[in-house]
Design a protein around this ligand. Sequence first.
Ligand code: ZN
Length: 245
Amino acid sequence: MDPRLHASRTGADGAARARAGAPVPFSHTRLTRNERTEVAKLYFRYGAMNSSKTALLLTAAYNYEERAQHPVIVKPGTDTKAGEAVSSRIGVERAVDVLLPADASLEAELRAHRPFDQIDAIFIDEAQFLTPAQVDEAFVIAVQHGIPVLCYGLRGDFMTRSFPGSLRLLEIAHSIEELKTICRCGSKAIFNGRVVGGVFVSHGEQVAIDGQQADYESLCGRCYLEKVGPVQAAGVPEQERPALF
Ligand SMILES: [Zn+2]
């Protein structure tokens, strides 16, 4: 093991001993991933619809494979858009390794797929559909098992409210990165409008039910207010909501 890693885990005394070539006592639980444990993080890369999230995920996963490393692709089972594939709108797609049901343990499903010591990175598409408990598991997998977990997903729904999985990722991810895309007007899009029958709708189920034909358009704040309606925090009474400009 790199002596610098001993030093970082055992304090100044350990650092001196490591420099002297002496064995460094380890009082911590034995690490499973040595140096990787030092850097593995939980990432949340979020963006509106059409911000190339899946294309970027597939590119990043491919970069691992090119270096003879083994990424695992996970998709929450709620998303039925492409069945058991991760599918980008530019046409790139690949099979999902783990299709994760909402009531399943992320760790258990991963271990059933492949031993942790043979997983180099975990990529989660449509991460907004993770449950908060699964996000907590992802954090532990990164921190305690030293495997980077890279989550790609939406921040909020068509009513501008976070998904439970996104909210938990915003709360605990080590790294939060916005993937940008533009509104039809040219401004940066931050919202997703739901279009049913050619019309923007402002209310409905957070996840469009199977069989309902819903399309989505990424919108900037101004266009959202103009085309969809007011932004409304959940639980705020009508009279306390700001008026439209
Ligand atoms: Zn706009």
